[in-house]
Design a protein around this ligand. Structure first.
Ligand SMILES: NC(=O)c1ccc[n+]([C@@H]2O[C@H](COP(=O)([O-])OP(=O)(O)OC[C@H]3O[C@@H](n4cnc5c(N)ncnc54)[C@H](O)[C@@H]3O)[C@@H](O)[C@H]2O)c1
Length: 272
């Protein structure tokens, strides 16, 4: 694989959600760094204490700022500080955040606790609106900047055990379209979501039966599952000037899974 182009040279931004070296945001940070981009890393205060983000900060020459993405105060502080550190407005922002309390506590979809649902919705979906609104009001995005959040195909089709995260992703994708309209019109900034293959990360492993999901998706995708690294490369392309007119989209990075009815490989398992 040849990925040596410095297509993000001179571009600056913020990357949310690198917990450990399996995280999609971790791989994205390394890929953005390799492509010449500079950034501030952020995660929730707890994740910064428990995770390994400082290792990544050292590797990429970045600073880390704690931010609970559901807190407007934290978001304002993060954006203000980041533009000071980077000495510039922002060209890119990655929202790589997801958590459902019901999924984490193995509560079945037909028996949800609604205060847990509300918390997961705030973290996984409303936080994206809060981030966009804070960036918009503070006018801290450069023209032709790019904002990306991560989604999953359970927003469109039902999958067992994904539970209330399905609604969270549907909401997230809708926010990208609705806010993306205003960001495009008023500020010439693009907003997209990437719908990623199942990926073995901390969040991914929280979904019961992830291995079966991975194997099924692998067998149903002509190119095989997209890895976290594949996603990182796609993110770099969306932050680059090569995709300046791509906005309001939910873009599948899934090896073709979303367009396959059923593969021959899976069908043969049902032959008598
Ligand atoms: N792993 C998969 O199978 C898969 C598939 C499609 C989409 N995604 C999405 O990719 C994104 C990244 O997840 P991942 O798979 O890399 O897992 P991950 O567990 O490594 O990342 C999730 C991140 O969300 C952060 N987070 C949780 N609450 C937060 C808060 N209040 N404020 C700020 N950050 C908070 C966590 O600290 C963590 O870093 C998520 O949106 C996830 O839903 C994952």
């Amino acid at each position: 694989m040849k990925m040596n182009h410095k297509i993000l040279e001179g571009k600056k931004g913020i990357i949310f959600g690198a917990l450990d070296d399996q995280s999609i945001a971790w791989k994205a940070a390394l890929a953005v760094n390799q492509a010449g981009g500079e950034f501030v890393l952020t995660n929730s205060p707890l994740a910064i204490r428990m995770g390994k983000i400082e290792e990544l900060a050292q590797q990429t020459g970045s600073q880390t700022i704690a931010c609970d993405a559901t807190s407007l105060e934290d978001l304002n502080h993060l954006i203000e500080k980041s533009t000071e550190i980077l000495n510039s407005k922002l060209d890119f922002v990655l929202h790589s955040i997801g958590m459902s309390v019901n999924v984490r506590k193995k509560r079945h979809y037909t028996n949800l606790k609604y205060d847990w649902l509300a918390k997961g919705w705030d973290i996984s979906a409303v936080s994206f609106h809060k981030l966009l609104q804070t960036l918009y009001k503070s006018d801290k995005m450069n023209q032709w900047g790019s904002i990306v959040a991560l989604s999953y195909i359970a927003a469109q089709r039902t999958f067992p055990n994904y539970s209330d995260m399905a609604e969270n992703k549907a909401y997230l994708e809708s926010v990208a379209r609705s806010f993306g309209y205003y960001f495009g019109k008023e500020k010439k900034v693009r907003v997209n979501t990437i719908s990623q293959s199942p990926t073995p990360t901390t969040a991914g492993k929280g979904v019961k039966g992830l291995d079966a999901f991975l194997n099924f998706a692998q067998a149903n995708s002509p190119l095989g599952n997209a890895t976290a690294l594949d996603c990182a490369h796609y993110i770099v392309s969306l932050f680059s000037d090569y995709t300046r007119k791509v906005t309001l989209q939910n873009l599948y990075n899934d090896g073709g899974f979303s367009m396959v009815g059923v593969s021959e490989e899976i069908l043969t398992k049902f032959l008598e």
